[in-house]
Design a protein around this ligand. Structure first.
Ligand SMILES: Nc1ncnc2c1ncn2[C@@H]1O[C@H](COP(=O)(O)OP(=O)(O)OP(=O)(O)O)[C@@H](O)[C@H]1O
Length: 238
C-alpha cells in the first residue's frame, strides 16, 4: 500500500531500464514521487531525461523494472496486462502531441468510441462542450485546425471522467495562440472536474500554470518547485 493515503499517485525508488541487445539504457534511476488529488503538475527536463517513461508508468502503459508505483491502492508495478488495461480504462485519460483521431469518424463519433466502453461517462456532446467544440459535432477531423483536433483529443480523454489526465507535449505541434487555447482547456478540466493533470513540456513558461513543477534529469527528479500563485494560460508568455 502507498505510505501517504493523501497521495493519489506514489512512486518509490522507481527504476526503468530498457535493454537493446547487450546495451542497457537506464531511463529512470530511482524516482520518488507523490501526486495529490486535483494537482496540476508540469514535468520539465531535457530530451531523454525520462519524462515520457515516468508518464507511461503512471498511466499503466508500461511497468517499472524495480520499485513501487501505486495509483491509490492499485499496485501498478506488479499488475498484469488485464489489470493495467482496466486501470487505464477506468482512471486515465491520455493526451499526446499528435491527436490520433480516426479520420473516417466525426468529432462526436471519435469521442463516442470511448464513452461506449466507459462506466459513467460524460455524453460526447458534454465533453465536446467542455472543450468549446459543441458546434463542430458532425465535422470530420480533416475539417478542423490542429488546435481544434487537439481539443477533440482532450474531449475524448476526459469523456470517461478520468481521475488523472496525462499529457505528453500537448502543445508541441501547435502555434503560440492555439497552444494557449489548448492549455486553457486543460486548466479548465483540472479546475472544473478536479481532474489531476500532469503535463510534460519543453516549454518552461508553462510551469507558471502548475501547482508544482518537477524537473527530471538523467532519470531522476532533481528539483520540485511549488508555485505560491498559479498563472492562467492567458498570463503566460513565451
Ligand atoms: N522503448 C524503448 N526502448 C529503448 N530505449 C528507450 C525506450 N523508450 C525510451 N527509451 C530511452 O529511455 C530514455 C528516456 O526516454 P524518455 O522518452 O522517457 O525521455 P523524455 O524525457 O520523455 O524525452 P523527450 O523529451 O525527448 O521525449 C532515453 O534514453 C530513451 O532513448
Amino acid at each position: 500500500m502507498p505510505e501517504n493515503p493523501q497521495a493519489v499517485f506514489t512512486a518509490k525508488a522507481l527504476t526503468k531500464t530498457y535493454y537493446m541487445g547487450e546495451v542497457e539504457i537506464p531511463a529512470l534511476r530511482g524516482v520518488d514521487l507523490e501526486v495529490y488529488q486535483s494537482e496540476f503538475i508540469v514535468l520539465l527536463g531535457p530530451s531523454g531525461s525520462g519524462k515520457s517513461t515516468l508518464l507511461n508508468i503512471m498511466g499503466g502503459l508500461d511497468t517499472p523494472t524495480s520499485g513501487d508505483a501505486f495509483w491509490r491502492d492499485h499496485d501498478l508495478a506488479h499488475a498484469n496486462e488485464r489489470e493495467l488495461t482496466s486501470y487505464r480504462r477506468e482512471h486515465v485519460g491520455f493526451v499526446f502531441q499528435f491527436y490520433n483521431l480516426i479520420s473516417s469518424l466525426t468529432v462526436r463519433e471519435n469521442v463516442a468510441l470511448v464513452t461506449e466502453i466507459s462506466v459513467n461517462p460524460l455524453k460526447p456532446e458534454e465533453a465536446l462542450q467542455l472543450v468549446g467544440l459543441e458546434h463542430r459535432l458532425d465535422h470530420f477531423p480533416s475539417q478542423l485546425s490542429g488546435g481544434e483536433q487537439q481539443r477533440v483529443a482532450i474531449a475524448r480523454a476526459i469523456a470517461k471522467r478520468p481521475d488523472i489526465l496525462l499529457c505528453d507535449e500537448p502543445t508541441g505541434a501547435l502555434d503560440y495562440q492555439t497552444g494557449k487555447v489548448v492549455l486553457e482547456v486543460i486548466a479548465k478540466i483540472n479546475q472544473e472536474l478536479g481532474t489531476t493533470a500532469i503535463v510534460i513540456t519543453h516549454n518552461a513558461s508553462i510551469s507558471g500554470m502548475a501547482n508544482r513543477v518537477m524537473h527530471l534529469a538523467n532519470g531522476q527528479i532533481v528539483s520540485i518547485e511549488e508555485n505560491a500563485h498559479k498563472l492562467t494560460p492567458a498570463e503566460l508568455s513565451w
